[in-house]
Design a protein around this ligand. Structure first.
Ligand SMILES: C[S@@+](CC[C@H](N)C(=O)[O-])C[C@H]1O[C@@H](n2cnc3c(N)ncnc32)[C@H](O)[C@@H]1O
Length: 241
């Protein structure tokens, strides 16, 4: 999806990253510091923003852009440039195969006291009122169709109740729930912050994060975004078999 802002076209991914950058930046250690981003995506995630303010940043993702700041591999398969001062992951952990193994590797890659800064999706909060609120705000057919358009179409075709459809879709995709992600993070890091907020606005036409927050505050929809920050404690994960 692309929203016209004046003469500049801003994609939904760019809106999403810009909206989350203040949280990420506020939770990073002071620059200069070594930071890896797990699952930076094809735009490079926060790597360009981190580099612009003095971080030594590496984006790790099979879909990462080409260039010296990126590794086009899974985090599990990467020779991570450690010890790191921080690890960032934005909506990538719910896609990982073995979440616990990825987080164990993250712990090992961090220096003692290193930070994790996580943005995630609490998909278990994507209830029917929230889905209907989102679907009513999707752009028309003249604009690129995104993941929410596809969910709406598949749900309509399925004829299933929303909760049944969502559960079977998430299971088929192998998506971790927000509860599982928080539990696995808490098992490895000393939690410093946990907040829930707007998640869908960047994919919705004419809808800002403030609009979505207002709908959350009035009880119309559920907050689906997780913002988590934690610090590596003294515990080391057991060596994998
Ligand atoms: C939903 S996209 C998020 C992209 C970007 N972080 C953002 O917020 O716009 C999820 C990304 O995570 C990546 N990913 C999933 N599992 C990964 C893993 N184990 N290691 C590295 N990247 C992974 C995918 O390739 C994909 O680009």
């Amino acid at each position: 999806m692309a929203d016209g802002v004046g003469s500049v076209s801003v994609t939904s991914d760019e809106r999403w990253l810009a909206a989350n950058w203040p949280f990420v930046r506020a939770r990073l250690p002071a620059a200069p510091a070594r930071v890896a981003e797990i699952g930076c995506g094809p735009l490079g995630g926060f790597v360009p923003m981190m580099e612009a303010v003095g971080y030594q940043a590496t984006g790790i993702d099979p879909e990462a852009p080409l260039g010296p700041s990126y590794r086009q591999v899974l985090f599990e398969d990467c020779a991570v440039p450690s010890p790191l001062d921080a690890i960032v992951a934005c909506t990538s952990l719910h896609h990982t195969g073995d979440l616990g193994a990825v987080l164990d590797l993250a712990v090992r890659a961090l220096a003692p006291g290193g930070q994790v800064v996580i943005v995630e999706w609490a998909r278990e909060r994507f209830d029917e009122p929230t889905a209907r609120w989102c679907f009513a705000r999707l752009s028309g057919p003249d604009v690129d169709q995104g993941w929410l358009h596809r969910r709406r179409a598949q749900w309509q075709e399925s004829g299933q109740p929303w909760a049944v459809f969502l559960r079977s879709w998430a299971h088929a995709e192998g998506l971790h729930s927000g509860q599982d992600i928080i539990r696995e993070l808490d098992a490895r890091f000393d939690r410093q912050a946990l907040a829930f907020g707007p998640y869908f606005f960047a994919d919705l036409a004419g809808t800002s994060d403030a609009d979505e927050q207002a709908a959350i505050d009035s009880g119309l929809i559920q907050p689906n975004r997780i913002q988590y920050a934690g610090r590596r404690n003294g515990r080391q994960p057991a060596a994998s078999a």
